[in-house]
Design a protein around this ligand. Structure first.
Ligand code: URA
Length: 440
């Protein structure tokens, strides 16, 4: 087989066979196929797409490029995965909540990607928290605590690690079959019984409109089901940041507030929906004819939050992974940024829309993410929003407070970017529901 022929075939809009796809993924992972040919194929896939069979074959080839996780533990395992957004810290809440509802959560999470934040970076804002556990340590914590969140190790879906880095620098991230195979390849290698997908829609996500997001959700659900998993996807709004906090420490603190029963309403509501969906799938998987409906699952979730059991569970997980659980109970222990700047409205009006991708870039400029692999993240960097889409502001009203320790010289540029990404209008926009649909 020749890589040249595979690229040409896809460039001309033909379908690739399972054998060709597997040959490519294996060869690229081993280093036999150079980056320039893999990049050319990704671009051909970006333009010509892949059908259902090709997408499934690519996903399974990514899954099989490394180890398939076998934790050897009892109980139904459920995962939740978001396609990525701004201010999305739901994993920090839903994982301990689901564990309190009797589900095993063995979560392998990612780092920040482009303008979107990553759970692993957020957790590492807690001093001492280890995300690089061995499989044995990971299994032990899931067995004992019920929940563990770690980063992706090298022997796990290595094809995706290479392909993702390549797509990131060749403008081929936002291709449906490539996203499906990347996310579902990793999820299937993690080998959970059930998967809840949070497919983001809007200016802060990879899918900018509902039609594309729904097609992505259908494709992921279909690939997951054909691999024998129970899968459900929620389509959720990412036309504005989720919650009020963006940036690693700030987001962990907001997640802690939410586990104490507070937190911003949109964030709290989404956490309840996602955690309830995890419980719902787990109970279905357990096979009970009397499996509870979504309302009963929501009630269960609300109860473990109200009783603070889920907050204790997060502290227990943090301690098991080397972090100081006192940070969970006393979030004032998180180091504060040295510098801040208030962003104020330049005109009177309703915040009509925001460019959420640019809002993601604001936190990166302040130091909350990496622009190279070697970059050190400033965990104090980010911002707290004072106003969100739909709210009225008078000229001079506070829109957000920006924070940084490492990049004070970038504060004004970040403020200018936020202002340019915020659209005002004399009338309020139509409210958009947080959950835009479900795909099962
Ligand atoms: N998240 C992933 O892991 N992969 C993608 O391709 C997009 C989002």
């Amino acid at each position: 087989m020749r890589m040249y022929d595979i690229i040409k075939k896809k460039r001309d809009g033909e379908k690739l066979t399972e054998e060709e796809i597997r040959w490519f993924v294996k060869g690229y992972t081993r280093g036999d196929i150079p980056d320039y040919q893999a990049a050319a194929l990704c671009m051909a896939i970006f333009y010509k797409g892949m059908d259902r069979n090709e997408t499934a074959a690519l996903t399974l080839a990514v899954r099989d490029s490394g180890d398939i996780l076998d934790l050897g533990i009892e109980g139904v395992r459920v995962d939740k995965h978001s396609t990525g957004g701004v201010g999305d810290k739901t994993s920090l809440v839903v994982a301990p909540v689901a564990a309190c509802c009797g589900i095993k959560v063995a979560k392998i999470s990612g780092r920040g990607l482009g303008h979107t934040g990553g759970t692993v970076d957020k957790l590492e804002a807690i001093e001492g928290y280890r995300t690089d556990l061995t499989t044995e340590e990971f299994a032990e914590i899931v067995r004992k605590v019920g929940v563990s969140i770690i980063g992706q190790s090298a022997d796990f879906a290595p094809a995706d690690k290479k392909l993702y880095a390549l797509r990131d620098v060749t403008a081929t991230v936002d291709s449906r079959p490539l996203i499906v195979s990347s996310i579902m390849g990793k999820k299937l290698a993690a080998n959970d019984d059930c998967i809840v997908l949070d497919v983001k829609v809007g200016s802060g996500s990879f899918m900018k409109n509902i039609k594309d997001a729904e097609a992505l959700a259908r494709s992921m659900v279909s690939v997951g089901k054909s691999a024998g998993k129970r899968v459900l996807a929620l389509l959720t709004d990412m036309d504005k940041p989720l919650g009020l906090a963006v940036g690693n420490s700030l987001e962990v603190v907001e997640a802690i507030e939410t586990l104490k029963g507070g937190g911003p309403e949109d964030f709290r509501t989404l956490c309840i929906e996602l955690a309830a969906s995890m419980v719902y799938l787990a109970r279905q998987e357990e096979g009970g004819k009397n499996a509870p409906d979504m309302d009963a699952c929501r009630a269960m979730v609300r109860e473990v939050i109200a009783s603070r059991k889920a907050l204790d569970k997060l502290a227990e997980m943090v301690q098991a992974q080397g972090g100081d659980p006192r940070w969970i109970y006393e979030p004032e222990r998180f180091p504060k940024a040295k510098y801040s700047l208030e962003v104020r409205a330049q005109e009177k009006g309703y915040i009509y829309r925001v460019d959420t991708e640019k809002y993601g870039e604001v936190s990166l400029i302040l130091g909350a993410g990496r622009s190279t692999k070697e970059d050190r993240i400033d965990n104090t960097a980010g911002y707290i929003l004072a106003k969100k889409t739909g709210e009225m502001a008078l000229k001079g009203d506070l829109i957000a407070t920006l924070y940084t320790t490492e990049k004070p010289e970038m504060l004004q540029q970040a403020a200018d970017l936020m202002i340019s990404a915020t659209g005002f209008w004399k009338e309020a926009p139509e409210p958009v529901p947080l959950v835009l649909g479900t795909v099962e």
